[in-house]
Ligand binder design. Structure first.
Ligand code: GLU
Length: 421
């Protein structure tokens, strides 16, 4: 088992112990049910060919078909894919969705690929993984560097292989192909709903505008920023790979989105202070630091020392590694954990999957109510366990997820490995 996965499981084990779960049941969650490793052969536009490493992990399906995104990133590897699939298992359970957890990835730099090359990789990935995919088996979605466009290519390739239209085999598709209005903003909006629901427990008081520093200005980051700005909070710093832009009076998010779209970097924003140091955002004085980029940003005690915030919201998956947990607790920084703060994406994915099965379109208002309801319910459940067990938010979130998972694992009886075949 990879070190990454083992480290991630420490948090689950801490929660299991806290609520007194049977070790035998929890042990079902220590290994993925299956992981397929494959090579995706890419014919480049110049005629040359390269072979890309790719994985798809179905971690656990006790609660339903496995669900989770596919990322394209040069650093993707087996251990990361399995760890993220484990996190999806916890997230879907916490959000009360009838899904298990899965994840996929291709080790490739999407910025190096033309549109046609991206399409070939997306379709090649589906051909390589088709035997473990399917609307009732494993349902992918977007993740880092993949979005609606990639899901459209993937669902078209999968339907071709299946010999029938399989729209609900993928979520995060364009609306024109059975996608859900509101799926693209869902992760960022969900992060904001989670922040509002938990702000008192995060030591941020019950009301009033907050100052927020944001790492990452991709899809999730910008939708979070819009929602937070609309609610009266002030985004005082935003970082992307080009650096950090800071304005203690608050950045204008619409303008920043425009700049990012046109010039590709937040530091091109006209006002405020621009620094070419992307890490500057981490030490910005603020109420809330929001992580909406990649994983592993806060890896240890040293990284915690640089922070200057009261609370953290994890919109990215695993931005804080378990080795930093106790230093954060000692510093009095409460964390709204990823499995709650970014649960909005998979929640609206669930609505999209249901829409595909029903063949009846949902309207945007219903989607938005569903998102609000699911995050609020999950937050209420986490709050109850925090109070019941006098514990932190992340441990409570794992405890809620584990209770649901363990009830399902026990109910499956001797076929607790349900879903393997
Ligand atoms: N990639 C997203 C996540 O990590 C969404 C997963 C999904 O919608 O299935 O939660």
């Amino acid at each position: 088992m990879s070190e990454l996965l083992e480290a991630a499981q420490q948090r689950m084990e801490r929660a299991a112990e806290l609520i007194g779960l049977e070790q035998e049941v929890v042990s079902h969650l220590l290994d993925p049910i299956e992981t397929l490793a494959a090579s995706v052969r890419l014919r480049r536009d110049d005629g040359s060919a390269v072979s890309l490493k790719a994985w798809r992990c179905r971690y656990n399906s006790s609660l339903g078909p496995t669900k989770g995104g596919i990322r394209f990133h040069p650093s993707v590897h087996l251990g990361e894919v399995e760890t993220l699939a484990f996190l999806m298992t916890m997230k879907c359970a916490l959000m009360g969705l009838p899904f298990g957890g899965g994840k996929g990835g291709v080790a490739v730099d999407a910025h190096d690929l033309s549109t046609m090359e991206m399409e070939r990789v997306a379709r090649g990935y589906v051909r390589a993984m088709a035997k473990i995919l399917g609307p009732d088996r494993d349902v992918p979605a977007p993740d880092v560097a993949t979005g609606e466009r990639e899901m459209a290519w993937m669902v078209s390739e999968y339907s071709e292989i299946a010999g029938s239209i399989q729209r609900h085999a993928f979520t995060g598709k364009p609306v024109a192909l059975g996608g859900m209005p509101g799926r693209t903003p869902a992760t960022g909006r969900g992060g904001h709903i989670a922040l509002e629901a938990m702000r008192d427990l995060a030591g941020l008081g019950e009301e009033g505008g907050l100052t927020i520093a944001l790492q990452g200005f991709g899809n999730a980051g910008r939708w979070f920023a819009r929602a937070a700005e609309n609610a009266g909070h002030s985004i005082v710093a935003v970082a992307d790979s080009s650096g950090t832009i800071t304005d203690s009076d608050g950045l204008d998010i619409d303008e920043l989105v425009e700049v990012k779209n046109e010039k590709g970097k937040v530091t091109a924003y006209g006002d405020g202070d621009a620094s070419d140091d992307p890490e500057k955002v981490l030490s910005t004085e603020c109420d809330v630091l929001v992580f909406a980029a990649l994983g592993g940003v806060i890896a240890d005690e040293e990284d915690v020392k640089a922070l200057n915030c009261k609370a953290i919201v994890e919109i990215a998956n695993r931005p804080i590694l378990p080795a930093a947990d106790s230093a954060l607790a000692d510093a009095g920084i409460e964390v709204v954990p990823d499995i709650l703060a970014n649960g909005g994406g998979v929640t609206v994915s669930h609505a999209e999957w249901v829409q595909g099965r029903q063949g009846i379109d949902w309207d945007e208002e219903d989607v938005s109510d569903y998102l609000e309801q699911k995050i609020s319910d999950a937050a209420d459940n986490v709050r109850e366990v925090m109070q019941e067990c006098d514990t932190d938010m992340r441990t409570a979130a794992y405890a809620v997820a584990l209770r649901r998972l363990c009830a399902a694992i026990s109910a499956h009886g001797t076929r607790a490995d349900f879903g393997k075949s």
